[in-house]
Design a protein around this ligand. Structure first.
Ligand SMILES: Cc1cc2nc3c(=O)[nH]c(=O)nc-3n(C[C@H](O)[C@H](O)[C@H](O)COP(=O)(O)O)c2cc1C
Length: 186
């Protein structure tokens, strides 16, 4: 038997990433789990940012942000960027990460991240608690071991997910896209 619960943000697991924002004048890094892919051509993703975040007016002002994927070696930095605020000082050194100049955007990336997705804000939707920014992906900067044949190829088990308050390692491969159709000869 299943138990009926009241509505809540129960979707899990989620990617947990460090989003960088800002420009030469000021930049910041914020941990976000409410991140999603919403369009393929052009590639667009969303980030949901609570109104109280220091990062929000920075993203609004510059119209850019970068989504930095997080391998398990960076889980402490991921948590630091999610409990400290840029309004209390530069978060990068306190979180043990460094800035790397962006290529397609003015905001810096996280140098230690193996995959940085550079985005331009093309739309903003204001929901009751969060502003949702739609970012068109202008470019992706990836470590060599995250690329195969010119495409993104994330090594199995490399990245961290967030589920029900816990950071988890991604697990082993269970199948590949469409494996059931191949099995059926479809
Ligand atoms: C795992 C994790 C996921 C988070 N996801 C979000 C999120 O999706 N949206 C959001 O607004 N804040 C999220 N936060 C909270 C912010 O990262 C946190 O409030 C941070 O201190 C804000 O930084 P800032 O004030 O420098 O912008 C998350 C925190 C953690 C630890």
């Amino acid at each position: 038997m299943k138990i009926d619960l009241k509505p809540s943000t129960a979707l899990a697991p989620l990617p947990a990433v460090i989003v960088t924002c800002g420009d030469e004048a000021e930049s910041n890094a914020i941990t976000l789990a409410w991140v999603g892919t919403v369009n393929s051509e052009p590639p667009i993703l969303t980030i949901a940012v609570r109104y109280s975040r220091y990062s929000l007016p920075i993203i609004e002002r510059t119209g850019e942000f970068t989504v930095n994927l997080i391998p398990k070696e960076l889980v402490r930095s991921l948590d630091r960027c999610g409990v400290l605020s840029g309004r209390d000082g530069d978060k990068f050194p306190r979180a043990g990460i460094s800035r790397e100049a962006g290529k397609n955007v003015r905001c810096p990336s996280v140098k230690e991240s193996p995959l940085s997705i550079e985005c331009k804000v093309i739309n903003r939707v204001d929901l009751p608690t969060h502003a949702v920014f739609f970012g068109e992906i202008l470019g992706i900067r990836a470590a060599e071991e995250y690329v195969k044949g010119g495409r993104v190829a994330i090594p199995e088990g490399a990245l961290v997910t967030y589920s029900n308050g816990k950071y988890l390692e991604t697990g082993k491969m269970l199948g590949t896209y469409g494996f059931t159709a191949k099995e059926q000869g479809e």
